[in-house]
Design a protein around this ligand. Structure first.
Ligand SMILES: [Fe+2]
Length: 222
């Protein structure tokens, strides 16, 4: 069980570092998207902080001790601090994205340790923490604009071919969707949230009439 509490304490140290880094960026972010990023980072820091107590208490429940000071965190942390005077918003999002991905990887390793010891309770906690962290990775990835950049660089993209981006008027109307079809609407050339919201109740994209748990974020691997 010492192996489990030891692994949990390293995770906990990383989470405190990531929490403070996220708060640091929340306080210091600037630019035209200030409000969006400021709020996103506050939301994420709150989620990380809320998890820390569960991590520490799992370490105690399995018979170990847990963190006792900032110095203790500094001795265990794998996530690096960022004390730069100025960080661009894009670099903030990219750094948090990479740190959180690393955290997920370490959680998976800890999950394996818990499984080896038959600690199903910590395993179960970790599955939720991984899901939460993957959601944060997803949001950071999309907010950073990395997908748009990747799309623009794609050889089939007009922008990637060096052609000017066309306006919606130049592109013309989008293909019509057969409203009663059960075929995935995404394949009909629509991929906007509004299209999903308008999807008929019989469509696999529709949430109407169903009690949905959290959307399948864990299946998204940006
Ligand atoms: Fe704040």
């Amino acid at each position: 069980m010492k192996e489990i509490s030891g692994a949990l304490n390293i995770l906990l140290a990383d989470m405190f570092v990531l929490y403070l880094k996220t708060k640091n960026f929340h306080w210091h972010v600037s630019g035209p998207h200030f409000r969006d990023y400021h709020l996103l980072l506050d939301e994420q820091s709150a989620q990380i902080f809320a998890t820390t107590d569960d991590v520490a208490e799992r370490a105690r429940k399995v018979g170990g001790t847990t963190l006792s000071s900032i110095g203790h965190i500094a001795r265990l942390q794998r996530v690096l601090d960022n004390d730069a005077d100025f960080v661009t918003p894009q670099d903030m999002l990219a750094e948090l994205h990479d740190d959180t991905k690393q955290l997920v990887a370490h959680m998976r390793v800890t999950h394996g340790i818990c499984e080896e010891h038959g600690d199903c309770a910590t395993t179960s906690f970790l599955e939720n923490w991984i899901d939460d962290a993957e959601r944060r990775v997803w949001f950071l990835f999309e907010a950073s604009g990395a997908r748009a950049e990747r799309r623009a660089a794609h050889p089939l993209s007009a922008v990637g071919r060096g052609e000017p981006e066309r306006t919606p008027e130049e592109i013309g109307p989008r293909p019509q969707v057969a409203t009663q079809s059960t075929a995935p609407i995404m394949f009909a050339g629509t991929n906007r949230v509004g299209d999903i919201a308008r999807a008929p109740a019989t469509s696999p994209l529709s949430c109407r009439g169903k009690t949905t748990k959290r959307a399948s974020m864990t299946n998204m691997k940006p």
